[in-house]
Design a protein around this ligand. Structure first.
Ligand code: ADP
Ligand code: MG
Length: 334
């Protein structure tokens, strides 16, 4: 079981309140991602749940039990540290077994759990190697193995993939998602990368300056961001924002439209613009189009092969059904 609830949890370092009182429920078995810009309090929140930091107020419960004052080891949670926390002189087997040795489990039980974890993580063939003889991805799996053998109520990950190269990150993202499906154990995963959040989460918690801006499934946040911050943070390339008279026409201070919700024509449309640089990704092309009277150029998505070139005049039409409207405080209008 791994249901975790936070009630009015807050954290201050000295005079500075980095997390104002916050409520959050994480259901048993859920994959929850905390996402937000650097410094917004993601690690602090995770460390409060882990018990590595004391709360300044509020209550943390794990499976209905008050855990606020429990030391980390008594919470039944496992923090997955980055792979560089492995012991270089120990084999994979010994690295994974380490927390169980510390907990003085008997050898048969240790073997059972280590072999099980190695199998789940495809590490069986590497069990006698040392970390230095493994690839970056394999080392990361050993670090996860060390958490699995503790059979925790929840796994806590703090940006575990940020040290890996791009290709490996994509692979490990899939592996962790796959592992979650197999173990069906609660996972809380911290990242500043909204793509990781979108691709891995059942539930995303978007944080800004210690405040929860929105909680929801990836598609809920994508389709119905409750404010401009979430609208701009979730989605890549980001949503276009337009202010001024064009927004006023829609009774809004700002309108938002995603790159894939703008139609491009050579002859007619709502907004006349000039094509700037394009980014060709093969499957998609992103054009940057400067429209008179708008601030930043708009990003527009088109198919992989289109006959639009630098300097061309084009007409853009936003899809009315996918137009987001925000008031002067950046809150979504119905
Ligand atoms: P994130 O993980 O989202 O990048 P952190 O949780 O690490 O953010 O930090 C949130 C804020 O709390 C930052 O402003 C950071 O400087 C501050 N902070 C974190 N740890 C401490 C600490 N031990 N003492 C003082 N300030 C801290
Ligand atoms: Mg952090």
């Amino acid at each position: 079981m791994g249901r975790i609830t936070l009630e009015k949890v807050r954290k201050a370092f000295g005079e500075v309140e980095v997390i104002p009182p916050l409520d959050l429920t994480i259901e048993d078995g859920e994959f929850v991602v905390f996402v937000g810009p650097s410094g917004c309090g993601k690690s602090t929140l995770l460390r409060l749940i882990a018990g590595l930091e004391d709360v300044s107020g509020g209550q943390i419960s794990i499976d209905g039990q008050d855990a606020t004052e429990l030391p980390p080891a008594k919470r039944g949670l496992a923090m997955v540290f980055q792979s560089y926390a492995l012991y270089p002189h120990m084999s994979v087997r010994k690295n994974i077994a380490f927390p169980l040795k510390m907990a003085k489990l008997d050898q048969a039980e240790i073997d059972r759990r280590v072999n099980g974890a190695a199998e789940v993580l495809n590490l069986t063939d590497y069990i006698d190697r040392r970390p230095g003889q493994l690839s970056g991805g394999q080392r990361q799996r050993v670090a996860i193995g060390r958490a699995i053998v503790r059979e925790p109520a929840a796994f806590l990950f703090d940006e575990p993939l940020s040290n890996l190269d791009a290709a490996l990150r994509v692979g490990m993202r899939l592996e962790i998602s796959e592992l979650h499906k197999r173990l069906a154990t609660t996972m809380i995963y911290v990242t500043h990368d909204q793509v990781e959040a979108m691709t891995m989460a059942d539930k995303i918690v978007v944080l800004q300056a210690g405040v929860i801006e929105q909680v929801g499934s990836p598609l809920e946040l994508y389709r119905n961001p409750r404010n401009k911050f979430v609208a701009g943070f979730i989605g890549s390339p980001r949503m276009n924002f337009v202010e001024g008279p064009e927004a006023a026409k829609h009774d809004a201070a700002t309108i938002g439209i995603r790159p894939e919700h703008i139609a491009v024509s050579a002859t007619e449309g709502a907004w006349k613009g000039k094509v700037g640089v394009s980014e060709h990704l093969g499957s998609d092309t992103f054009f940057h189009v400067t429209v008179d009277g708008f601030g930043d150029p708009l990003t527009v998505r088109a198919g992989g092969e289109v006959d639009i070139h630098y300097g061309d005049t084009v007409y853009l039409t936003p899809d009315a059904e996918h137009l987001h409207r925000f008031d002067k405080d950046g809150m979504r209008l119905a």
